[in-house]
Design a protein around this ligand. Structure first.
Ligand SMILES: NC(=O)C1=CN([C@@H]2O[C@H](COP(=O)(O)OP(=O)(O)OC[C@H]3O[C@@H](n4cnc5c(N)ncnc54)[C@H](O)[C@@H]3O)[C@@H](O)[C@H]2O)C=CC1
Ligand SMILES: O=C(CO)COP(=O)(O)O
Length: 306
């Protein structure tokens, strides 16, 4: 929808032919009900046709990115920008989204699009600002020109890893924010949790050489604020349910559930303290109860704020 609004010729690919046919007939994606697809958008289940593009946005969940890119790679023209829109870290390999693209499609140009942007808001054409990062600044700026419009404002960046860390970490922290709300711990606790969560995100980012303007920018602090604000976020909603002693809503992708254990492993491998993320991972694995995790966070030794 964004690319069409920016004047691009757009092909929307779905791997399931029946699903593609239903979207084409209804001119609406069932995952975004009530939002008509712009007339010019072509729908296909033919990957060869979809791959004949000047640039590709890949919007599969993080743990499925490698598989999707492996199918796509042999069909792409060399040096096609492949823009990952997923937020996460691959299990087992600890790889970020653009690292997976670089491995699975070595002749493509890896890029990442991230920032505070609920699909529903973006598709409706509500004002949105995001970060688009690629290793080469001219390439990143070209992609911004191709996708930007009066309602969608991408900022370009070359800090690919900083953008990826913000997007992956904020989902885990949003689960924690949801838990705090679900447990009725109050607005003060939610603000404290979000702020100390941000300190963790920054620590991990710094360990990877991320720029501070990225971590405090749209893809870091910006997306953390959005996702920790309420149940429109699926990650927050998952945490909210857990906090109330229920199961996360079925059929709603909460990437933070998959990212949490990998994020904790990654942080440990770099000697970075991430107690909130650690608590989320432990709650999700059943290693601790929510109340014990909260007590554990509050009982940590007092220290200087950093
Ligand atoms: N929905 C949102 O507001 C936003 C989502 N994201 C990120 O985008 C990523 C995807 O999320 P959503 O689109 O919301 O999830 P979703 O669950 O609504 O849709 C994911 C789609 O990918 C398809 N899929 C899964 N594996 C596939 C494969 N191997 N090949 C082709 N298609 C495959 C699924 O069938 C599904 O239709 C996540 O990493 C999420 O964090 C980022 C910003 C906003
Ligand atoms: O990443 C998002 C907004 O920027 C979407 O958040 P959820 O996946 O938690 O719904």
């Amino acid at each position: 929808a964004v690319a069409a609004r920016a004047g691009r010729d757009v092909t929307l690919y779905a791997r399931d032919a029946d699903h593609a046919a239903r979207i084409a007939a209804a001119r609406e994606n069932p995952r975004l009900p009530g939002i008509p697809l712009a007339g010019g958008i072509a729908i296909t289940a033919d990957l060869v046709r979809a791959a004949r593009a000047d640039a590709v946005l890949i919007v599969v969940p993080a743990q499925h990115l490698r598989g999707a890119v492996m199918h796509l790679a042999p069909l792409l023209r060399p040096r096609t920008p492949l823009i990952a829109c997923a937020k996460g870290i691959e299990h087992g390999t600890h790889k970020f989204m653009t690292e997976i693209i670089a491995e699975a499609a070595p002749s493509a140009i890896p890029a990442i699009l991230s920032g505070p942007s609920f699909a529903d808001d973006v598709a409706r054409g509500l004002p949105t600002a995001v970060t688009l990062a690629a290793p080469d600044e001219v390439q990143a700026a070209d992609l911004v020109q191709a996708l930007g419009s009066p309602t969608f404002r991408p900022y370009h960046s070359t800090d690919v890893r900083g953008v990826e860390i913000g997007g992956a970490a904020k989902n885990v922290l949003a689960i924690a924010a949801g838990i705090v709300s679900g447990r009725n711990l109050g607005a003060s606790a939610l603000a404290a949790l979000t702020t100390r969560g941000f300190a963790e995100l920054v620590r991990l980012g710094r360990a990877y050489g991320a720029r501070s303007e990225t971590l405090t920018g749209l893809s870091g602090l910006g997306d953390l604020i959005l996702t920790c604000a309420g149940p429109q976020s699926r990650n927050f909603a998952a945490g909210l349910a857990l906090g109330r002693g229920a199961s996360p809503p079925a059929g709603k992708l909460a990437e933070g559930q998959y990212t949490a254990p990998v994020l904790v492993e990654l942080a440990a491998s770099r000697g970075v303290e991430m107690p909130v993320a650690q608590a989320v991972a432990a709650i999700l694995s059943g290693a601790v109860t929510i109340d014990a995790a909260i007590e554990g966070l509050m009982m940590r030794p007092f220290k200087a704020e950093q």
